[in-house]
Design a protein around this ligand. Structure first.
Ligand code: SF4
Length: 439
C-alpha cells in the first residue's frame, strides 16, 4: 500500500508527521511524494483556530476526490482536528476511512494496514503520547534544520486557547532523551535543532530530578549541534536566574516571546499571569545579557473587552519595545474556552483593522532595524536553492527562524553549499528579506 501524507499546521504537527512516516517506512510501506500516486492518503490536520480547521476540511475534501477518480483506496485523517472532534469528523465526512488523534501515533501502522473501507476510528485515547529518541523519524524536508518536540501539552489555561483540550496537560520528555535525539540529528548532518512545545519554559517541571529548561539548554550545548533555537517562551516563567543561565547556554541569540497584548486589563482577562511592565523588563534584561539578540513576538488583537484605548496601549508597547519581528493574530472564539462568554466581544472588522494597524506600525520599526544590517557580516546557514528565481541559494542568519522570519537571498552559485554555514556580507535589505554575498 503506497502512502502519501499531507501536513498542515505548526512545526509540532510536522514532527508528528515525520514520526508517522518513520513508523510507516519502518513497517515497509512505500512512501510517495505525489498524492495521485498513493493508495492510502493521510492528512495530518490542525485545529488551532477556525481558519486552520477550514483549511483542514478543505484539504480532506480535495484529497477525497482521489478516492473516486484515482487509485486511492483509503483516506485517513490524523492530528488536532480528530483529537479534538473525534468521531464527529467521521460522521460529517463519510469519505474518511479511519482517524487517529495526536495520541498513540504508532497506531498509524495498523490503521494503514486495515484502513480501506474500515469506516471507524483507531483510537479515542486522551492526549498523552510523547515520542522518544528511538521512535523512527523520517525527515522529509530537504533542509538542514529539524524541529525537536521537547514537551507536549500546556497547563497555563489562557482563556482564549483551546490547545490544552486536545494536546493535554504539560508533559516533558526526559532530558537525556532529548539530548540523544539532538546528537543523532547532528550525526545525520542536521545543523539546527529548533526546540518546540506549547510551553517551552515549563520544560522539566513535571519530571522529578530531570532538570529544567536551562539544564536542558546547557546539556544541549555539549552536543555537536551547531545551532540550537528554543521557541515559544511564555514570559510568566521568566526570572533572573533563568535569564542568567540562558545567557550562558549555547543557544542562538534569538528570543521568541509571545506577549499577546500590552494592556494589563486584557492580559488579566487572557489569564497571561504577567503584566506589560514586567514583559518590557524581561525583554530589556535579555537584550542586556545577550547583545545583538533578535526578539520576536506574537500579539492577539480583537480579544473581548479590547477598547480603542486598550489597543492603543498595545501599539505603545510595540513602539517602545521595538521588536525585530512580530506576528499578529486576530482573536477567534474557540469552543470550550472561557473567552467566548466574555462581555464586549469585538467585531471581526474592527479586529482585522487593528491587526493591519499593528502590523503597519511593526513593519516600519522592523525595516528600520533591518536597514542597519547593510554592510554587516554574519554566519548564514544555507537552507538550499532559492525560491526567488533571481538568486541561486537562500539561507538564514541566527536571527531568522525558518518559515516565519524571512531569509537571506544569496548571490553567487559557486560560493555556497546547501546545508553548510557561510560568512556572508549583507548587501541589501528588502523589507524582511536580506540579500547577501560571500564575505
Ligand atoms: S500558554 Fe500557549 S498553549 Fe498554553 S494555554 Fe496559553 S496560549 Fe495556549
Amino acid at each position: 500500500m503506497k502512502v502519501h501524507l499531507t501536513t498542515l499546521g505548526c512545526p509540532k504537527n510536522q514532527v508528528d508527521s515525520e514520526l508517522m512516516l518513520g513508523l510507516l517506512s519502518e513497517a515497509g510501506f512505500p512512501l510517495v511524494e505525489r498524492a495521485e500516486d498513493a493508495e492510502c492518503l493521510i492528512v495530518n490536520t490542525c485545529a488551532f483556530i477556525d481558519r486552520a480547521r477550514e483549511e483542514s476540511v478543505q484539504t480532506i475534501l480535495e484529497l477525497a476526490r482521489l478516492k473516486e477518480q484515482g487509485r486511492c483506496r483509503a483516506l485517513i485523517v490524523t492530528g488536532c482536528l480528530t483529537q479534538r472532534y473525534g468521531a464527529e469528523v467521521m460522521r460529517e465526512m463519510p469519505e474518511i476511512d479511519g482517524i487517529l488523534g495526536t495520541s498513540n501515533l504508532p497506531a498509524i501502522v495498523e490503521l494503514v494496514r486495515q484502513a480501506a473501507n474500515r469506516h471507524d476510528w483507531a483510537t479515542a485515547a486522551p492526549p498523552g503520547y510523547l515520542y522518544d529518541a528511538r521512535t523512527p523519524r523520517l525527515l522529509t524536508a530537504k533542509v538542514p534544520y529539524a524541529y525537536v518536540k521537547i514537551a507536549e501539552g500546556c497547563d497555563m489555561g489562557c482563556t482564549f486557547c483551546a490547545i490544552p483540550q486536545f494536546r493535554g496537560r504539560h508533559r516533558s520528555r526526559a532530558l537525556a532523551d532529548v539530548v540523544s535525539e539532538v546528537e543523532a540529528l547532528a550525526a545525520r548532518g542536521v545543523q539546527e535543532a529548533i526546540l518546540v512545545s506549547q510551553d517551552t519554559l515549563a520544560y522539566g517541571r513535571d519530571l522529578a530530578g530531570n532538570g529544567d529548561i536551562a539544564d536542558l539548554l546547557l546539556a544541549l550545548g555539549e552536543t555537536r549541534m551547531p545551532w540550537i533555537r528554543p521557541m515559544y517562551l511564555h514570559p510568566a516563567h521568566v526570572n533572573d536566574r533563568l535569564v542568567e543561565r540562558w545567557a550562558r547556554a549555547r543557544v542562538v541569540p534569538y528570543l521568541d516571546m509571545p506577549i499577546q497584548h500590552g494592556d494589563d486589563a486584557i492580559l488579566r482577562s487572557m489569564r497571561r499571569a504577567v503584566t506589560a511592565r514586567r514583559m518590557k523588563d524581561i525583554v530589556a534584561q535579555f537584550r542586556a545579557s545577550m547583545p545583538g539578540v533578535t526578539v520576536r513576538t506574537t500579539v492577539l488583537v480583537g480579544f473581548p473587552g479590547e477598547t480603542e484605548a486598550a489597543f492603543e496601549r498595545l501599539l505603545e508597547f510595540v513602539d517602545e519595545v521595538r521588536f525585530d519581528r512580530l506576528g499578529v493574530f486576530t482573536y477567534s472564539p474557540e469552543e470550550g474556552t472561557p473567552s467566548p462568554g466574555f462581555a464586549d466581544q469585538v467585531g471581526a472588522d474592527v479586529a482585522a483593522e487593528r491587526a493591519a494597524r499593528v502590523q503597519e506600525a511593526q513593519d516600519a520599526i522592523a525595516w528600520e532595524r533591518a536597514a542597519k544590517l547593510v554592510g554587516s557580516v554574519a554566519d548564514v546557514l544555507v537552507d538550499g536553492p532559492s525560491e526567488d528565481g533571481a538568486f541561486d541559494w537562500e539561507g538564514r542568519t541566527a536571527g531568522q527562524a525558518p518559515e516565519i522570519d524571512g531569509v537571506v537571498y544569496l548571490r553567487g552559485r559557486r560560493d555556497f553549499t546547501p546545508g553548510r554555514f557561510a560568512r556572508v556580507r549583507i548587501a541589501e535589505v528588502e523589507g524582511y528579506e536580506l540579500v547577501g554575498e560571500r564575505a
